[in-house]
Design a protein around this ligand. Structure first.
Ligand code: NAD
Ligand code: ZN
Ligand code: ZN
Length: 348
């Protein structure tokens, strides 16, 4: 079968021929329906130094996958051949306190996980292939009625991560609140929709590209702003001088974190989702009183179940641009060049 693999750090991925996986006891093999291309893969492939993560190439890319159960190993009882499934991507030990709650992103015994601090497409073989091995059936979530396999794939990361970020700040998203979304790409265009679908708050979307702002308007943003030196003043003007109650930064660069903190109202949540590596000098007086600055990492399995339900009912959807597996390298090139609208999804 075909697989798009990262062979070495700091290199382009390569489409190679590998054997089709066979499920061992407790394992499942899925026929991939779709696999999303995440900006994190660009950080992973081209920026990360060897030794930063506890695993190394080669492995198949794709940590945002959906498909159909193709074969099951002995002892698998919750899924059957032919089931349409979404893959819960962060794979923990399954036994610690966090994993028992389905928060495998924060596994406290990563050495007992299928791979420490990773998953399929992150150290182990992922979804950019004809088939993918799933080490345990608990990593599969049924795709609900009303949702297709193609648009379910991006929901497992481009959806799950902003859903988790929005959910974490729900108490601040009152009907009179304003949420600023910085970076309206794969994650950000979902973030806008989660705020609108689950709260009464207004959304101001900020991006460098007009096409991204057009997408933000299409998916429900109340206001859109170009990302420049005037953006903070405009956010203040749109909030009666008060600032935003929640700022979600889907870029995480020096400039965007600075913008996020300068746009925050007192008691605001500023959540850094993007991993561009920007820093912020934080002390008691560097922002309004009681502003929280936090990061988020992916999301929990219960949150994935919730948001698939939301999408199945048509309340949120992923805007996708599809590529064949043979053309997957181009998907990453387009993502790097900022040419993808919504999410690039590889369809084997
Ligand atoms: P993307 O490339 O699809 O979207 C990024 C968007 O940000 C683009 O629309 C781009 O124009 C915009 N942008 C870039 N610089 C900007 C600036 N200075 N001001 C305003 N907008 C700007 O990327 P994505 O796949 O949505 O990922 C976004 C970030 O989130 C990446 O850093 C990725 O690695 C990270 N990520 C984090 C997690 C997590 O768990 N924390 C999960 C997935 C992705
Ligand atoms: Zn990702
Ligand atoms: Zn665990």
């Amino acid at each position: 079968m075909r697989a798009l693999q990262l062979m070495n750090w700091k290199s382009d991925p390569e489409l190679v021929e590998v054997p089709k996986p066979i499920p061992g006891p407790g394992e499942v093999v899925i026929k991939v329906g779709a696999a999303g291309a995440c900006h994190s893969d660009l950080h992973l492939m081209y920026e990360f130094e060897a030794g930063l993560l506890p695993w190394n190439p080669p492995f198949t890319l794709g940590h945002e996958t959906s498909g159909y159960v193709d074969s099951i190993g002995s002892g698998v009882s919750e899924v059957k051949v032919g089931d349409a499934v979404a893959v819960y991507g962060p794979w923990g030990c399954g036994k610690c306190a966090r994993c028992k709650l389905g928060i495998e992103t924060l596994c406290e015994n990563p050495m007992a996980a299928p791979i420490p601090g990773g998953g399929g497409g992150l150290g182990l073989n992922g979804g950019m292939a004809d088939y993918m091995l799933i080490p345990h059936e608990r990593f599969l979530v049924p795709i609900p009625e009303g949702l297709d396999v193609l648009t379910a794939a991006p929901l497992t990361d481009a959806g799950l991560t902003p859903y988790h970020a929005v959910r974490r700040s729900w108490s601040k998203m009152t009907p009179d609140a304003t949420v600023v979304v910085i970076g309206v790409g794969g994650l950000g265009h979902m973030g806008v929709q989660f705020v609108k679908a689950t709260s009464g708050a207004k959304v101001i979307a900020v991006d460098m590209k007009q096409e991204a702002l057009d997408l933000a308007t299409k998916v429900g943003a109340d206001y859109v702003l170009l990302s420049n030196e005037e953006a903070v003043a405009k956010i203040r003007a749109l909030t009666n001088g008060l600032g935003a109650d929640v700022v979600l930064d889907f870029v995480g660069a020096e400039a965007t974190i600075k913008m996020a903190m300068a746009s925050a109202r007192t008691f605001a949540d500023v959540t850094v989702v993007g991993i561009a590596g920007g820093t912020f000098p934080f002390n008691f007086f560097s922002q309004g009183y009681e502003v929280s600055l936090q990061t988020v990492y992916w999301g929990s399995k219960p949150e994935l179940v919730e948001l698939l339900n939301l999408a199945g009912r048509g309340l949120v959807h992923a805007e996708i641009t599809t590529y064949s597996l043979n053309n997957a390298v181009q998907a990453y090139k387009d993502l790097q060049a900022g040419k993808v609208k919504g999410r690039a999804v590889i369809v084997p």
